[in-house]
Structure formats: C-alpha cells, structure tokens
Design a protein around this ligand. Structure first.
Ligand code: NAD
Length: 366
C-alpha cells in the first residue's frame, strides 16, 4: 500500500517513543485551511502502521475540506504491545499529549481504541483536542445523532433539487447504531417510510413502514432488531437488494462490491458509513443511474460537530452548521455533476481540492 506523497502532503510526519514499548506516529497531512483535526487510533500491534495512518490523514484532509471546514487533515496511531488497564491507558495518553504539546497544528480527537476519557486526559495536559466529555465542553455527537441528522439534511437538499420526494419515500437502513438510528428517525420525521433496518445480527422488514421510535426503544433494551415485533425477521443482507428509494449504509466499510451494486434497486444511496462502497461499486451505481452521495458529503455531521466543539460552540450551533454546510455541499455536488460524467466521489474530491487550492493561495510563498 502506498504512502500519499504529493503536492497536498504530508506536511509533517512525527515518530514518537512515548514510554518503553509504546511508539506513536502523527501525520499532519495538510494544514493549508487551518489546524488539522484527526483521530488518535490506538491499536495492539507490534509494528507502527505509519502508512495506514498517513492514508487516514489524507482522507481527513479531503473530508474536512469537502465539509467546508477551516481545518486540515491529520491522524495519529499509537501501537501498544499488550492489553492495557485504565491506568496504563491513561499513562500512555498523558505521554502522548505531552509529546504533541508543541505540534500546535494538530488537534487530536477520539478514534478506534480511544474515547472521550482519553481526550479528557489530553485536555488536562495540553488543553487542545475535540471529542471531550460534555462536562468539559464536548458535544456528544453520537448521543445527539449529529451524523444521522446530517444524512437527513443531505436528503433535504436532494429533495430541493427535485432528485427525490421524501414524503412517502421508502428507506432501508443498514446498521442501527449512532448514525443509522438517527438517520432513520430524522428521515421518518420528514415523512419517509423506513421499510427495513439491520444490525450485525439480522434485519427486520415491514413494507408499510417500521415504527422507528419503537424500534429504537427495542434496540436500546438490548434486543437485536431482527426480533422486533413490529416487523418480519429477514436475512441480514437481503435488505440491501430491496426495491426502495433510499438506502443508508451505516455499518461498515466495503459493504457494496461491484457484484452487490449490480443487484441494488434503490434510487439514492446516502453514505452514512465511511467508504461503504468500493470504487468499482460506485462506478456501477453511476452506470445504473443510482445517485450514491459519498461519505465525505453525507456523513460530514461528525467532523462539523468536532469543529464547532473546538471553537467552544454549543450543540445548537453544531446542528445549525450541519444544516447549512451539508445542504450547501450537497447542492454544489449536484451542480458539479450536472452536464458532466463525473462520479459523485470525483465531484466531491474536486470540491475539496478547489477549496484547498483557494486556501493555498493565501499561504506565504516568499
Ligand atoms: P455504531 O457502532 O454505533 O453502530 C454500528 C451498527 O452497525 C450497529 O448497529 C451494528 O450492529 C451494525 N452492523 C455492524 N456490521 C453490520 C453488518 N454487516 N450488517 C448490518 N449491520 C451491521 O457505529 P456508528 O457510530 O453508527 O458508525 C457507523 C459507521 O459510520 C462506521 O463506519 C463509522 O466509521 C461511520 N461514521 C460514524 C460517524 C459518527 O458520528 N458516529 C461519523 C462518520 C462516519
């Protein structure tokens, strides 16, 4: 796998020995639009996945720019050799925070293996991070459903552009976690009919519509969605090929391959998860006339929330910004695609690159 190295970045790659047996790497891919926000991934591995961290940092550069945020992209990886108890994790996070103290262009956030408690430790040491507990000024985006809300705002913008009509639209949601459940609730509020929902264990189907609020209660009581009495249990992945207006993949990467894409019978796909479709699947959707709005546009609610939190903003401001930015970005995406044969992801990347170029023009060259 190759390491991104081009005009965009990386601006800086820093290898750190935190404590005996614990190494870290921080990649600041690009800081042209502002300080880089990106998660800290803690993994139990013998080697440091620097190439992977660099690729994830590049993805953040494009995502933050596509979202229209004044932030660059970065990422860090911490490789620990053994399972750590909470004291061990705290020691590692304190050492990490002190090691990045002077890397002022990097704002860490939670990622796989770290959480709001880890960020509270970073905050305690250097006062610079996002994803904090609410009591320290954090905006609890999963609890509030910020990303799911953004997915529904993306659908609003498609309705404004007459791509779809939400009242009566049939919706399938893959993954009923923080993103999927809130996307389902918000789309239901707009008059859409959520006909099928899955989680990792199975799926539930009701052609006349599921009661999403009741399904959420049921799920919160610890039961898998497949057992919901308001629907019929169906095999988990069957719902991906149902005829419907909208599919929201909100579970895992690489759900759609070219082969599964060819069996898809939706009109629109709103990518709640990160990279839920392979490049071949996205090309296939385009060929079939299915609009698949890429993750960097449709699920930007999370990064927008992080940016508002960084500026000390409140949750209401986060929701206002999600509304404003995702609506405008979806409209721009459609504009760029109009009259061209650009794939949605190509158009979104063009948007991000145009903003990065405009930002770069303001940098010192002498
Ligand atoms: P989550 O853990 O809260 O929920 C994931 C859900 O997907 C669970 O219900 C799980 O049972 C289900 N699931 C897992 N594998 C499945 C499968 N093969 N088929 C059907 N269901 C399956 O996670 P989340 O925070 O909702 O995130 C979902 C996806 O969205 C992830 O890819 C994440 O990286 C991405 N994402 C999340 C946010 C956010 O704000 N949370 C923002 C951007 C992107």
């Amino acid at each position: 796998m190759s390491w991104p190295q081009d005009d965009l970045g990386p601006a800086r790659v820093v290898f750190l020995r935190l404590i005996e047996g614990v190494d870290a790497v921080v990649v600041l891919d690009n800081v042209v639009l502002g300080p880089a926000i990106g998660g800290v991934r803690m993994t139990r591995r013998a080697d440091l996945p620097a190439t992977e961290v660099a690729r994830l940092a590049r993805a953040m550069t494009l995502k933050n720019a596509a979202a229209g945020l004044p932030h660059g992209g970065g990422k860090s990886g911490i490789a620990v050799h053994t399972d750590l108890d909470s004291d061990g994790r705290e020691r590692v996070m304190r050492a990490f925070a002190l090691a990045i103290k002077d890397l002022v262009d990097y704002i860490p956030g939670p990622d796989m293996g770290t959480d709001e408690t880890s960020m509270a430790v970073v905050h305690d040491e250097i006062g610079r991070c996002v994803g904090l507990p609410a009591v320290l000024g954090g905006i609890p985006l999963d609890e509030l459903g910020a990303t799911g809300y953004g997915v529904a705002v993306c659908a609003d913008a498609l309705e404004d552009a007459k791509v779809l009509t939400l009242a009566g639209a049939t919706v399938v949601v893959q993954g009923f976690g923080a993103v999927g459940s809130h996307a389902a609730l918000r789309l239901r509020e707009r008059g859409a009919i959520v006909v099928a929902v899955s989680d990792i264990e199975g799926a539930t189907y009701a052609p006349d519509g599921l009661d999403v609020a009741e399904l959420l209660e049921f799920k919160r009581s610890g039961q898998p969605v497949g057992g919901f009495p308001g629907g019929v249990r169906v095999p988990r992945d069957d719902i991906l090929t149902l005829a419907c207006d909208i599919i929201v993949p909100a579970a895992q990467p690489d759900v759609f391959t070219a082969a599964t894409a060819r069996r898809t019978r939706a009109k629109v796909i709103l990518q709640g998860a990160n990279i839920p479709a392979s490049p071949e699947a996205e090309a296939e959707f385009h060929r079939m006339g299915i609009l698949s709005v890429p993750d960097i546009i449709a699920n930007a609610g999370g990064v927008i929330c992080a940016s508002v939190e960084y500026r000390g903003g409140a949750r209401t401001q986060a929701f206002q910004q999600i509304e404003e930015k995702i609506r405008a970005n979806t409209a721009e995406l459609l504009d760029r695609m109009k009259g061209s044969d650009l794939l949605p992801r190509e158009a979104a990347t063009q948007m991000a690159m145009a903003r990065l170029r405009r930002g770069a023009a303001y940098r010192r060259r002498l």
